[in-house]
Design a protein around this ligand. Structure first.
Ligand code: IMO
Ligand code: MG
Length: 431
């Protein structure tokens, strides 16, 4: 059992990270987000009520846990205060949230540029969430971004704001032929946010370090999924951050050696939103049935997700790049309805077997899945609470996932509720 656990998405996001974070957060002192921003859509169901979180860590639904938005997150103040308001109106205690002074701030021009650049890409568009994520990280890498510590310091903010507004309006009007943004109203809006935000701002790297070194239980909440990683995912159809376990070190200011357990949240099948390669995608009624049974529509954008069979090449890649120590197998109950289930164990390209996820997208588009077919269980799993109670066919499916990925399945989820969680190995050592 571990005191520091990273939870990462194994596939292309939407694996059910919110549910597992919420489940584990019951025994955690601190929950940390370290990358991404409002592009995440983590839903948690408690007593039948669904909560949707984007920027705020899913630990917020557990009154005991402190919640940290780390330096690697791109922080959208508009989204943050909207989310706070909605949580408060649901009676959630939102006192224990801290925001890194080093996080970069998302401004309206980032959202505008996200939309304009997507449109300009035409047929090659990425299908982003339009939350301004890419353009905000671009400024960070370019070293012109505005951080939370700048936003809450009036003098610095005015100067940086003027420079950024002028630079971005030039791009919007001259490059994209768009309408310039009204600086005065954005400035007013953001100086208002600055006042409200100041009490939440901390050197969060220090908070995380102190928590870890004093023996507290700390959960690192990944957003997106490993295949959306900027370096190791399906570039350019990726997000602009590092959703893999390594992202927690730069994104929250903690040494890599301090994370003990790395749980890959893994759907029992595969989905993807937005564009990009997807070898096991199903365009037939099986794909439609998975979508309907899994309610595979986006929490952030409402888009219908593309669905397909479990892709073991993806999860094996993901296990390796994350150093995964365990899998939480999610949405297994969605597969209740099928006579036969397929798991992709490798790809085939021009008669050759491909076992490792290729970088070249043309090569990838020519790959076809090699499947192992298992018998379905055709039983309602959603009320089962122990591994032993699972039908033999479901156990065989879980064993196949373990064999293909090389990682033990430590948690199995059979529904959205907290109670629909089967624990095979207790990964968390709580207080
Ligand atoms: P959670 O945390 C699924 C996808 C977008 C798009 C690509 C780039 O809910 O698992 P971006 O707006 O990040 O520049 O879009 O990444 N994407 C996600 N897909 N779940 C997510 O988050 C995602 N966040 C981004 O659809 O293809
Ligand atoms: Mg999502």
């Amino acid at each position: 059992m571990a005191k520091t656990i990273a939870v990462v998405g194994s596939q292309w996001g939407d694996e059910g990270k919110g549910k597992i974070i919420d489940y584990l957060a019951g025994g955690a002192d601190v929950v940390v987000r370290a990358q991404g921003g409002s592009n995440a859509g983590h839903s948690v169901v408690i007593d039948g009520k669904r909560y949707s979180l984007h920027l705020i860590p899913s630990g917020i639904l557990n009154p005991g846990a402190e919640n940290i938005i780390g330096n690697g997150v791109v922080f959208d103040p508009a989204g943050f205060f909207e989310e706070l308001k909605s949580l408060e109106s649901d009676g959630v205690n939102t006192e224990k949230i801290y925001v890194s002074d080093r996080a970069h701030v998302v401004f309206p021009w980032h959202k505008t540029l996200d939309a304009l650049s997507e449109k300009a890409r035409g047929a090659a568009s990425i299908g982003t969430t339009l939350k301004g994520i890419g353009p905000c990280y671009m400024d960070k890498v370019e070293r012109s971004g505005i951080r939370v510590c700048d936003l809450i310091c009036e003098e610095i903010f005015r100067e940086k704001f003027e420079a950024q507004l002028a630079a971005k309006n030039a791009i919007i009007t001259k490059l994209y032929d768009g309408q310039p943004l009204d600086g005065a109203s954005i400035y007013r809006e953001f100086t208002e946010y600055a006042k409200r935000l100041a009490p939440y701002v901390r050197d969060t790297g220090l908070l995380v370090y102190d928590a870890v070194t004093s023996g507290k239980t700390v959960l690192f909440e990944g957003a997106q999924g490993s295949m959306l990683d900027l370096d190791l995912g399906t570039y350019p159809y990726v997000t602009s951050s590092h959703p893999i376990s390594g992202g927690f070190t730069s994104g929250s200011g903690i040494g890599a050696g301090l994370i003990e357990e790395i749980i890959g949240i893994t759907k029992a099948y595969t989905t993807r939103v937005g564009e990009g390669p997807f070898v096991t995608e199903l365009h037939d009624e099986t794909g439609v049935l998975i979508r309907e049974r899994g309610h595979e529509y986006g929490v952030t954008t409402g888009r219908a997700r593309r669905c397909g069979w479990f892709d073991g090449v993806v999860v094996r890649h993901s296990a390796r790049i994350n150093g995964m120590t365990g899998i939480a197998l999610m949405l297994l109950d969605v597969l209740d309805a099928f006579d036969e289930l397929k798991l992709c164990i490798a790809y085939e390209h021009d008669g050759e077997k491909v076992e490792h996820y290729p970088a070249n997208l043309k090569f990838l588009s020519e790959c076809t899945p090699v499947y192992r077919t298992l018998k379905g269980w055709k039983t309602d799993l959603s009320k089962l609470t122990s591994y032993d109670a699972l039908p033999e066919e479901a156990k065989a499916y879980i064993a196949a996932v373990e064999e293909i990925s090389g990682v033990p399945v430590k948690i199995v989820s059979v529904g959205p509720g907290r109670e629909q969680t089967i624990i095979r190995e207790d990964v968390l050592s709580s207080k």
